[in-house]
Design a binder for this molecule. Structure first.
Ligand SMILES: Cc1cc2nc3c(=O)[nH]c(=O)nc-3n(C[C@H](O)[C@H](O)[C@H](O)COP(=O)(O)OP(=O)(O)OC[C@H]3O[C@@H](n4cnc5c(N)ncnc54)[C@H](O)[C@@H]3O)c2cc1C
Length: 412
């Protein structure tokens, strides 16, 4: 079996790359290979949020471009996938202004009476509420299905097969399938999500990415604590969880639980879901993992995130007394670089490309990174952020200096 281009991985990144190759470049001798159903691994865990606000202009440029592409794809559709600019709302218990250099995009409320009047469910100790308009929520499965449908209609092929090993050959690359078959190509695009590092290793390369297991939980909210029209709302402060003296004593003496006394990062987030449910997430895990096809979930996650959320929405503390049974809980890996920028472009031998490091922003940026990879493949000029996301960027002096100056990685 041969194909000019193989894209390993039909998650949102691989599917978006296939779509852009087929539509922008009419390059359709492309086979998407995935051992699972398309879009069913990390992509299915996405919280479906997007924002074009990032601490660095390169990320802002990428997500803005990605949103433009998504809107272009949506426009002609009779039944477009859901994409709504419902905003993000950052809440802080601190006085110092959040993100001072981005005031143009934000509206800020700091007057305590106004905060209480507009958002009575927030704690009276909240000191500022910052609303970001260029943000919202997106039907990721709908987007992915549309990209896949259009790519297949153009002639891209989809193959369900597990790749046991990738290898370099004289003509290009070879994917050894679990079935024993071999698939060869001149160009290989690695878009294998959390497994991208392993695939690079098989080709003798090291990609600067690591995997971090993160979780989300959907809970019933029978008391209606979270208003149905609340946008995606984020606590912008780090915190220590609120434990009683007795609880603290127990935790201190238990080495398996004492980490619960450490500082937790900013970024806990909540949004209402349908039927009086709420979705909560908090990417607090900072320990790397070797990826697993069945990412484990921590059964304590719901109580940890509820405890953290009670800090700024005190009504949620009522659920700590009797934890509602989660509607569902899921986990997946943030495959990320140290500065939390993606890795997209050529790497190693001629004909090899990667789309990785998509961390917690892969669904909002998929069209952007897919296009960037397709641009690299066809050698056309790239947007200004192309060098920032190049796999060799740490060797570019100017970019390395920009990375060193970053004071936030923007992770949520
Ligand atoms: C809990 C959580 C919440 C998130 N929330 C958001 C959010 O709100 N907004 C946002 O933009 N992003 C979010 N993300 C991030 C986003 O989901 C990911 O960045 C994105 O889905 C990554 O897509 P991908 O295509 O790179 O990887 P994947 O979706 O993992 O796709 C990789 C594919 O490669 C295939 N594959 C791998 N190895 C092999 C092999 N050997 N053989 C065959 N196939 C193989 C896999 O089966 C898989 O389908 C979230 C992530 C998590 C974990």
């Amino acid at each position: 079996l041969t194909s000019r281009t193989i894209i390993l991985g039909a998650g949102i990144a691989g599917v978006a790359a296939a779509h852009i190759l087929a539509t922008k470049y009419e390059d359709v001798d492309v086979t998407l290979v995935d051992g699972r159903l398309p879009l069913s691994f990390t992509t299915s865990c996405s919280g479906e949020n997007f924002r074009s606000f990032w601490p660095h202009k390169s990320m802002e440029g990428l997500v803005t471009r990605s949103l433009d592409l998504m809107n272009q794809i949506r426009e002609p559709l009779r039944e477009p996938f859901h994409l709504e600019y419902s905003g993000y709302r950052f809440v802080s218990l601190r006085e110092e202004p959040l993100s001072p250099d981005t005031t143009a995009q934000l509206t800020r409320l700091t007057e305590p009476d106004s905060i209480h009047e507009q958002y009575p469910y927030l704690s009276p100790v909240v000191r500022q509420v910052v609303q970001l308009e260029q943000a919202g929520s997106l039907d990721v499965h709908g987007l992915g299905q549309q990209l896949l449908k259009e790519a297949l209609e153009k002639g891209v092929r989809l193959m369900q097969a597990h790749v046991a090993k990738v290898e370099r050959t004289k003509e290009g690359f070879s994917c050894h399938l679990q079935s024993g078959e071999e698939l060869s190509c001149q160009r290989l695009v690695l878009a294998s999500g959390p497994f991208i590092g392993q695939h690079c290793k098989q080709l003798g390369l090291t990609l600067p990415v690591e995997n971090f297991l993160q979780q989300k939980v959907v809970l019933p909210d029978p008391l209606g604590i979270i208003p149905r029209d609340m946008p995606f709302t984020i606590l912008a402060d780090p915190q220590h969880l609120d434990w009683t003296v007795d609880e603290k004593q127990l935790l201190v003496n238990d080495p398996t639980c004492s980490w619960l006394l450490q500082e937790f990062p900013a970024g806990l987030h909540i949004k209402p879901e349908s039927r009086n449910q709420i979705k909560l997430g908090w990417a607090f895990n900072r320990r790397t993992s070797v990826p697993n096809w069945d990412p484990p979930s921590d059964p304590e996650f719901a109580s940890i995130v509820l405890r953290g959320a009670s800090r700024f929405i005190p009504g949620l503390a009522q659920y700590l007394r009797e934890l509602p049974t989660p509607v569902f809980s899921y986990s997946g890996y943030y495959n990320r670089t140290r500065e939390n920028w993606p890795v997209v472009g050529p790497v190693g031998p001629d004909g090899l490309f990667v789309i990785g490091g998509l961390s917690g922003f892969g669904t909002m940026s998929a069209c952007g990174v897919g296009e960037l990879c397709a641009d690299w493949i066809h050698g056309t000029p790239n947007p200004s952020y192309a060098r920032h996301f190049h796999p060799d960027r740490y060797n570019f002096e100017d970019i390395a200096a920009e990375i060193a100056r970053l004071d936030s990685d923007g992770q949520l």
